[in-house]
Design a protein around this ligand. Structure first.
Ligand code: SF4
Length: 365
């Protein structure tokens, strides 16, 4: 535990915060992309350690939050079929669809099972050859290699009863869309370390160049976040825009090449709808034609429908860093983790859940 302790050391954290305060001469708006980083910031009060001028806004990097409502509806529709076993990460069960959620479908008798990795879905498919097993394959670049491996194993092993309901999103196109938006306020990004462990830093070079925006790949512990903020503020104060890597203990420039190889073999880049935000060109992954037999949307002939978010939920603005969860009139009242109106209140990486767990008392004052 010594290693982790060092990244949570209060003295180091305070020294970094002091250094940030010393070099900050004007306000800066920084965005941490990943919901895991948001939870660290809220849990350890990092935003409160920073000088007044540094504002941290929270990005769209919560995979459960950005999975489209329509995908949740499709998963529920499949789960309610008597011949289907629907396998999902646990976080997805309480995410509201347009009328219900997977948890309620399970209560109605649907065979919904929680898995910690797609390989569990492969095992379930092998042990239930008479059932159709659908894995809800969501997430960023982080989970894509393991999900790709499940389809690859099914194809190589002649497993005909495993299907993937895919909703994969990619971080760099989302940053591009944020930067190109007319309402953007963000002047520097902390890129998600776990995503970059897979794809490396290289995919962020173009963004730095095209928008002249500093990007620092950051980790998930308090000292990681503060170091990443310091690196960003140094650049901004010096008028620079560079790609830097704070999370060197895990991330290389090229990333994990075998993981990228299996992703490229099974998936191809496609336009993708993000929950609350809308369609972002070339920001998702879909199964390649060679893996069409494992694509649940195609095999089950699921209809493409468009469903609106509840009017009260401002998650689209929260996910783009334009509003804080506490700006939402439903926060902590009509929307709680037990009765969520929107996905960011459900997920362990959701910004609304982070504020609910660590800041709701302050918000109520
Ligand atoms: S508090 Fe609930 S309703 Fe408000 S933005 Fe967050 S998830 Fe949506």
């Amino acid at each position: 535990m010594k290693y982790l302790d060092e990244y949570r050391d209060q003295r180091i954290a305070r020294a970094l915060a002091g250094e940030i305060a010393q070099i900050t001469t004007r306000p800066w708006v920084l965005m941490e992309i990943c919901g895991g980083q948001t939870h660290t910031i809220m849990r350890y009060g990092i935003d409160e350690l920073l000088p007044r001028g540094i504002e941290l806004v929270h990005g769209p990097g919560c995979p459960v939050c950005v999975t489209p409502l329509e995908t949740v509806d499709k998963a529920i529709e499949l789960a309610l079929r008597p011949d289907v076993i629907l396998v999902s990460y646990g976080d997805m069960l309480r995410v509201p669809g347009s009328r219900s959620d997977l948890f309620r479908a399970k209560a109605q008798g649907a065979d919904v099972r929680i898995a910690y990795s797609p390989s569990e879905a492969v095992k379930i498919a092998r042990s239930h050859p008479d059932r159709k097993v659908v894995f809800l394959a969501i997430g960023f670049e982080t989970t894509a290699p393991a999900n790709a491996m499940a389809a690859w194993q099914a194809q190589r092993g002649g497993l005909a009863n495993l299907f993937l309901l895919v909703s994969h999103v990619l971080v760099p196109p989302a940053i591009r869309a944020l930067m190109a938006g007319s309402t953007n306020r963000v002047q520097g990004f902390i890129a998600p370390g776990h995503v970059c462990t897979v794809v490396g830093c290289k995919d962020y070079d173009d963004l730095v160049h095209d928008f002249r925006v500093p990007i620092v790949v950051g980790g998930f512990e308090p000292v990681d976040i503060l170091q990443a903020v310091l690196m960003l503020v140094r650049q901004l104060e010096a008028g620079e825009a560079k790609l830097e890597n704070q999370y060197v203990r895990s991330v290389s420039y090229e990333g994990n090449l075998p993981a990228q190889k299996i992703m490229a073999e099974v998936f191809e880049v496609a336009d993708q709808k993000w929950r609350g935000i809308g369609m972002i060109p070339q920001s998702g992954l879909r199964l390649r034609e060679e893996y069409a037999a494992y694509d649940a949307s195609r095999v089950f002939g699921l209809n493409e429908v468009t469903v609106d978010e509840p009017a009260e939920c401002i998650s689209a603005l929260v996910l783009q860093g334009l509003k804080k969860p506490t700006d939402c009139s439903a926060f902590g009242r009509r929307c709680t983790p037990e009765n969520p109106l929107g996905a960011p209140m459900v997920s362990t990486e959701g910004a609304c859940a982070a504020y609910y767990h660590y800041r709701r008392h302050a918000a109520a004052d």
